[in-house]
Ligand binder design. Structure first.
Ligand SMILES: [Zn+2]
Ligand SMILES: [Zn+2]
Length: 294
């Protein structure tokens, strides 16, 4: 039975004879269904149905720093997700996931040491995580318990974790921030940035790069921001973890150096922006307007 993939968000569903009725991730308020209707594909179809030279997609690789690689699919599928591979002496961690995987991907990553564990920031990156796990010796997939309801292809390789942090290997730690999703997580890699530390943030903390700033949204496509209290809480949760580089959700979404200072400034500026009128429009303080629609 084929495992259908939503063409809009790239999420693979549990195998079924016919396409599912809809994609729960796209139907939800944070995303949107394609204006021309729900589309489906399968990995088999994308891979050229047994003729890889006719595949519609290819994966490419970026080396960001020693032991950190980016994996990205061209042309883009879903929301253009990008995965990161961290190499550690105890085994490699795939951070976030992308929809497309083929034999060449497995071979290239195998030569980099394979994948010992998969961890994902939030449901927009669940994509074909079960395929990736199965291709790499059924590597465990670590997901925060808070987003359990968004797993559209359950599998025994998925392990839900609870609480504030979870160390995968020494120096590779998942930190629960919430915000964009209830279970939203970032990854702290102590050996990153030449030992100064790197923060891999998915789009829970949206890096606007290269080397620019950071912002925070509950919904990116629908431009619904997060509230000031939540953003301050996220900043407080991350504060004890030192880092110099920050890697966001897309290939260019990175802050190479000084990222901790950039984040601190971005948080202050964001909170000011969502609690004050814009500069030059700060007249008398007014009470927040009442809600007009039910
Ligand atoms: Zn979808
Ligand atoms: Zn997202």
């Amino acid at each position: 039975m084929p495992a259908f993939i939503c063409t809009m968000c790239g999420t693979q569903h549990t195998p079924s004879d016919s396409p599912p009725a809809g994609c729960a991730i796209c139907q939800e308020e944070r995303q949107y269904v394609h204006p021309q209707g729900q589309g489906w594909t399968t990995l088999e179809q994308m891979r050229g149905a047994g003729r890889p030279w006719l595949a519609s997609h290819r994966n490419g690789y970026v080396k960001y720093e020693p032991d950190l690689y980016g994996i990205v699919t061209a042309p883009g599928i879903g929301i253009g997700q990008r995965a990161l591979l961290i190499r550690t002496p105890r085994g490699n961690v795939l951070w976030d996931c992308i929809t497309y995987i083929d034999d060449a991907t497995v071979e290239v990553i195998g030569k980099l040491g394979g994948i010992a564990a998969i961890a994902i920031s939030h449901p927009h990156y669940y994509t074909t995580m079960v395929e990736w796990s199965h291709a790499f010796g059924r590597a465990p997939i670590l997901l925060h318990e808070g987003d359990r309801e968004w797993v559209l292809r359950p599998d025994p390789v998925i392990e839900f974790w609870k609480g504030a942090t979870r160390e995968i290997f020494p120096g590779v730690t998942l930190i629960h921030t919430a915000g964009h999703f209830t279970g939203a997580t970032v990854l702290h890699w102590a050996a990153g940035a030449g030992g100064k530390g790197a923060l891999l943030s998915g789009d829970s903390l949206q890096v606007v790069g290269p080397d620019k700033t950071v912002s925070f949204m509950w919904s990116y496509p629908n431009l619904i921001p997060l509230d000031a209290v939540t953003v301050r809480r996220i900043a407080d949760i991350i504060e004890p973890w030192p880092f110099d580089s920050m890697y966001g959700a897309w290939p260019e979404a990175l802050i190479k150096t000084g990222a901790q200072q950039v984040l601190a400034h971005a948080v202050d500026r964001y909170i000011e922006a969502v609690t004050q009128p814009p500069p030059g429009q700060r007249g008398e303080a007014v009470a927040p307007p009442a809600r007009r629609s039910a």
